[in-house]
Design a protein around this ligand. Sequence first.
Ligand SMILES: [Ca+2]
Ligand SMILES: [Ca+2]
Length: 192
Amino acid sequence: MKKILIIALASFSVFVSNGCKKKKAEQADPCANTVCLNGGTCVDGSCSCPTGYSGADCGTQRTPVKVTISAIKITKFPAMDGTSTWDPITNTNPDLLAVVKQGSNTLITTGSVNNISAGAVTILPGVSSTDVMDLVTQLNIELWDEDTPPVDANDSMGSINFSIYNSTNHFPTTLVVDNGTLTFELTLSYTY
Ligand SMILES: [Ca+2]
Ligand SMILES: [Ca+2]
């Protein structure tokens, strides 16, 4: 009987001592079981989130106040207008310019660049930083071959509807806008 009591007491003391060790470990590192996403860091058991993210684990994107377009690059466009060149009178390549609209508002009209070969990566000139405040309504970007009336009017080379922001895209600084025929790259920045 005495032996059984001693074993029972010994087991109990091991149990208590393990409990104390566990408690000490938790006190030593309050971040041991805290996971912070999107580059967040754990401070005293809570996540400190980087700019643009919120939530207990930094898992939620904040909605920016505005998105700013600071540059537009064209990387892909149709080489030919059907079976002819874009400027058949001079038999030359298109003179590119882009227009960005949101609803009936024209946000950006770029300058033009002349006689651009298909496949050439071209930064369109004349884009000063433009703030987009409405992040819900889709934007539309058009590509034109500039021409000089009355010899020829501007030729439409296509357009794409796109969203400037979505809540899971992790704020790309380069937004690729593509429809298979045209590819634009927009340089973006975000204000929260
Ligand atoms: Ca033309
Ligand atoms: Ca032209």
